[in-house]
Every structure is written in structure tokens, then in C-alpha cells.
Design a binder for this molecule. Structure first.
Ligand code: FAD
Length: 496
């Protein structure tokens, strides 16, 4: 077995891992970074668009009055007091300075209105990466800088175990390499920044009844390593599961990150949605709030159908429709203005035929035939169509209260289409209970010596799902990586 030696091991090179590495690099504390993939990154690099903060310089310059007190009280009550108050406080208090820190890392952001129509009037808290592509390039440049300063970044290398005793402390981190080699890294501290457990089929199935229906857009290399190892040595991992449900999509092939098919476009609008009982289940206007939209789908076994008829399809083919695609704003650079319209889409019929061939769309000549193909109770489905068509005709939805402007398309005459839509997830957000220094704690409240755990691995910010406070997950990942590295580094220096 190959043996290496350092002061701190960082497991994972996503948002939390990179942030931890930056802190140790600046403080000149030797570390080794392990990354399972062949490149650094994680969801922080390939996915996230921004971070939440209060009291950033940009916010102060713009006269934003929303402050720490608003955020602390807001998140505490939003989560019905299922929060780790000290951790939440430390995160929020450091969140503004984190924006400067990220800029110093080459990850500059601009505070701007939310990317979601539902949050346009929210306080200015969302800091969006100035340039998504250059964010990726910046990330990829860090390993060389770390290495030049004597800190190896080992890709295709993953942590599998610890040489650890809760009383005596940490002696080493055990890892495996894609080459087949086993590795032992003698070290004083370890920071688990490996991104949660959405890549562990066993953990996901154990926690989520609708796991099979979920569309996992998260970091699949995150298999719960850090959570499992902390649990093995006594960390408290007992709490509600918190799924990072965010948006919905027909399939991995037609997903919002690719923007390739108009089938997806139509799922991003408030058309008619039915669940597996054949009923509507939500005001479809919720499409404009990513987290709540996905929660509504998670609540109906992770899937539902978008129902439309040929006349609607033809209308989108030929007309500009004054409805906003909910993902439109996400793909704009800071300062760009959304159109708020969709269409005309000349290729729409071809897109639908392609999706029918791939099973994402079901087509039938009659409503009964569609219900049959989808396995929906026909009586309930026919009643839903009748009530919905009446609401469209009246311009008034007495049941789910969808605004009149969104009651544009009845479902009247075949052929009928159903887009099979799935709750998308960006990861998981529960894991290990920690103290304010991001050290795992036991059920008795004792911190586990020499161990730190951060980012999506941590429990304590959410009661049961992702809140409508965009950028919290990534903001917390950066800040928690910083906190853990600062605390671990301080302990290493004091010991010396
Ligand atoms: C498509 C998408 C869009 C998103 N958009 C936003 C957004 O706009 N705002 C927001 O706040 N959040 C967003 N998120 C969530 C955000 O990206 C995450 O909350 C954040 O990246 C978590 O950081 P992390 O360091 O914990 O995990 P990650 O950034 O995922 O990094 C984890 C790293 O650990 C590595 N790893 C896993 N296991 C091991 C192991 N055993 N050994 C070594 N390495 C290992 C993984 O390969 C990965 O590189 C988005 C997520 C996705 C998927």
C-alpha cells in the first residue's frame, strides 16, 4: 500500500472541497485533496448558478436592507425551527464575506434578482456567477495552483475508510485509486466534502418512497462516503430526510440543462397537470418556483402528466405565446432581459414524435385511450378534463386558483398527448449533525475529534426540503468548507 503524509485531507473537490482547499492554501497548511472523478468539480462546478448571501459589499452598495436578522428569523420559521441555530447563524454571518472570497478564487458573482419568476420581488440575496463557462475553467485551474504550492490533488482517488479512534483521534485516511492501488494518507484532520448521498441507490431507496420516479440531476459520484464513515464512529445521523427537489423534467435525455426539445419547454409552462389518480394536484403556476414545483411532484409519488391536445400543440407551432418558460431566466447572463414568451416552435410536432418514440410522451386519439395508456382511472380523468375546460372557458379556476392569464389552453379534441414528467433532484441535503465548527457530533452532543464534514453532507439547515431561498445550498457549501478548513487549520497550528 502506498503511503503519503500531510496535515489535512480534503475528500471531494466540489464547492465545499474547493473552498476548504483555498483556505488551507492561503494559510499555507499542507493538505491533500482527493477526488473520485477524473477532474475536480462536483455539482458546484457543473451545476450551480449562484449563491445566497446577506451583507455582501454589493448588497450594501445597492442599499439592500434585508439583513442577517431577516434571514435568520426567516429561515428558522420557514423550517419550523428544525434548524441548527448556531450553524445557520455562522453560515449567514459569513455569507457576505464569502462573496469576496469567491471573487478572490476567480468565482465572481453579481447580486441580482432571482432566476425564478415566483421570486422576482424577493429581497436581493441571490449572487449569480458572472460567467458559467469561465467558472468551470477557473475550477479546473485550481489543482495546478494547489500542486505548485505542494498540495497534491489526487483525481480518480476516493476515500473509503479511516484509521480512527474517537478517543485517540485520527491517524490516517484510507483511499483507493482507479489504477487499483490502495492508499494510506497519514494526517491529523479530515474534511468530508463529498457531496451527500444522491449517488447511493441504497441510501436513496431507504429514505425516499418515490426514489424510482426521481430524475437525478445531482452529483452521482456522491455515494454518502463521509456520512457513512462519520456514522460508523458515532455521529448523529437521525433526522428527517431532506431531498434537494428542484424543478421537474421528462427524462435525463430531455432535461432542462440541455434545452434541446420543445417537449421540455411545454413542461415548463402552467398547462394542465394530473397525478396518478387522474386529478389535478396543484395550481400549475407553481412551475415558476423550482423548489415548490418539485415538492408538489415529490408529494404525488415523484411523477405526473402534462396533458394537452393537438390544437394546443399546433398553437405553439404557429404562434408566439405570452407565457414564460420557467427556466428562461436561468440561462441568461447577468443583466440580460427575459422575453417572457414561448414560440413559435416549428419543430414541435417532430419533437413530440421523437419523445413518443422514446416513451417520454404518450399519444391517444381519445381521452379514454390516453387514460388507459397512462393507467389513470378514467372517471376521475374525464371529470378533471371537464372541470378544467370549464375553468378555461370561464377564465376562472375555483379549485386551484390558477390566474386567468394562465388558463389559456383547454383539452378538448384528440389526438391527446401526455408528457410524463418527473420530480428532478439536484442532490440530498441531510446527513450528519454538526456543531458550529462543522465537526460531526454524537447523539450525546460530543464533537468527533479531528473529523469535519461540510456541504451537502450536513444536516441542520432544512426541515424537510429545499426552501425558496435560492442559492442557500451552494452558499452553505462554500462557507462550510471555509469554516471547517479554518477550524482544522487552527487546530493543526495550535498543536504545532
Ligand atoms: C444541476 C445543478 C444545479 C444547481 N444549482 C444550484 C444553484 O444555482 N444554487 C445553489 O445554491 N445550489 C445549486 N446546486 C446545488 C449545489 O451545487 C450543491 O449544493 C453544492 O455543489 C454542494 O457542494 P458539495 O461540495 O457538498 O458537493 P459537490 O459540489 O457535489 O462536490 C462533491 C465532490 O466530492 C466528490 N466525491 C464524492 N465521493 C467521494 C469520495 N469518496 N472520495 C473523493 N471524492 C468524492 C464528487 O466526485 C464531487 O466532485 C445545484 C446542483 C445541481 C446538480
Amino acid at each position: 500500500m502506498k503511503t503519503l503524509k500531510t496535515q489535512v485531507v480534503i475528500v471531494g473537490s466540489g464547492s465545499a472541497g474547493l473552498s476548504a482547499g483555498f483556505e488551507l492554501y492561503q494559510k499555507k497548511i499542507p493538505f491533500i485533496m482527493l477526488e473520485r472523478g477524473d477532474k475536480v468539480g462536483g455539482a458546484g462546478k457543473f451545476g450551480a448558478h449562484g449563491v445566497f448571501a446577506v451583507h455582501s459589499k454589493q448588497q450594501l452598495d445597492k442599499g439592500v436592507t434585508y439583513d442577517y436578522a431577516d434571514a435568520f428569523k426567516g429561515l428558522t420559521s420557514y423550517n419550523h425551527y428544525f434548524v441548527n441555530g448556531e450553524l445557520l447563524a455562522r453560515f449567514l454571518k459569513d455569507s457576505g464575506e464569502n462573496i469576496d472570497r469567491m471573487a478572490a478564487m476567480g468565482l465572481a458573482t453579481t447580486v441580482e434578482q432571482s432566476e425564478q419568476k415566483a421570486h422576482l420581488n424577493d429581497p436581493l440575496v441571490y449572487h449569480k456567477f458572472n460567467n458559467f463557462k469561465s467558472k468551470m475553467a477557473t475550477w479546473d485551474a485550481w489543482p495546478q495552483k494547489f500542486e505548485d504550492a505542494g498540495n497534491p490533488v489526487l483525481t480518480e482517488t476516493w476515500a473509503v475508510g479511516l484509521d480512527y479512534d474517537p478517543q485517540a483521534g485520527l491517524k490516517g485516511v484510507l483511499a483507493k485509486q482507479a489504477s487499483g492501488e490502495d492508499l494510506r494518507i497519514e494526517t491529523k484532520k479530515v474534511i468530508f466534502a463529498d457531496g451527500g448521498y444522491c449517488g447511493s441507490p441504497e441510501m436513496m431507496a431507504a429514505k425516499y418512497a418515490d426514489n424510482d420516479a426521481l430524475l437525478n440531476l445531482g452529483e452521482r459520484k456522491a455515494d454518502g462516503t463521509g456520512i457513512k464513515l462519520c456514522a460508523k464512529y458515532g455521529a448523529n445521523v437521525a433526522h428527517n430526510p431532506v431531498l434537494f427537489a428542484h424543478g421537474c423534467a421528462p427524462s435525463l435525455r430531455i432535461n432542462p440543462m440541455r434545452r434541446q426539445s420543445s417537449v421540455e419547454t411545454l413542461t415548463n409552462l402552467p398547462l394542465l397537470w394530473v397525478d396518478q389518480t387522474g386529478n389535478r394536484f396543484v395550481n400549475e403556476d407553481i412551475v415558476y418556483d423550482f423548489a415548490m414545483w418539485a415538492n408538489a411532484a415529490h408529494n404525488v409519488q415523484g411523477q405526473y402528466s402534462v396533458i394537452l391536445d393537438q390544437a394546443t400543440l399546433d398553437h405553439f407551432r404557429d404562434h408566439l405565446v405570452p407565457m414564460e418558460d420557467t427556466f428562461e431566466r436561468q440561462f441568461l447572463e447577468p443583466g440580460q432581459t427575459p422575453t417572457g414568451t414561448v414560440g413559435p416552435i416549428p419543430a414541435i410536432q417532430a419533437d413530440f414524435e421523437d419523445a413518443i418514440a422514446h416513451g417520454e410522451v404518450v399519444k391517444a386519439d381519445t381521452a379514454e385511450g390516453l387514460a388507459d395508456k397512462l393507467g389513470l382511472p378514467i372517471a376521475a380523468f374525464e371529470r378533471t378534463l371537464k372541470v378544467y375546460n370549464q375553468a378555461v372557458a370561464d377564465g376562472q379556476d375555483d379549485t386551484f386558483l390558477k390566474p386567468a392569464a394562465e388558463l389559456k389552453f383547454g383539452v378538448n379534441q384528440g389526438p391527446f398527448y401526455a408528457i410524463k414528467e418527473h420530480c428532478a433532484i439536484l442532490g440530498t441535503l441531510d446527513g450528519v449533525a454538526v456543531d458550529r465548527n462543522c465537526q460531526p457530533v454524537t447523539k450525546a452532543g460530543q464533537p468527533l475529534k479531528d473529523l469535519y464534514i461540510v456541504g451537502n453532507n450536513v444536516n441542520g439547515l432544512y426541515s424537510d426540503g429545499y426552501p425558496s431561498y435560492e442559492g442557500i445550498a451552494n452558499g452553505f457549501a462554500f462557507v462550510s468548507g471555509w469554516i471547517a478548513a479554518a477550524e482544522a487549520g487552527k487546530a493543526v497550528q495550535e498543536a504545532e
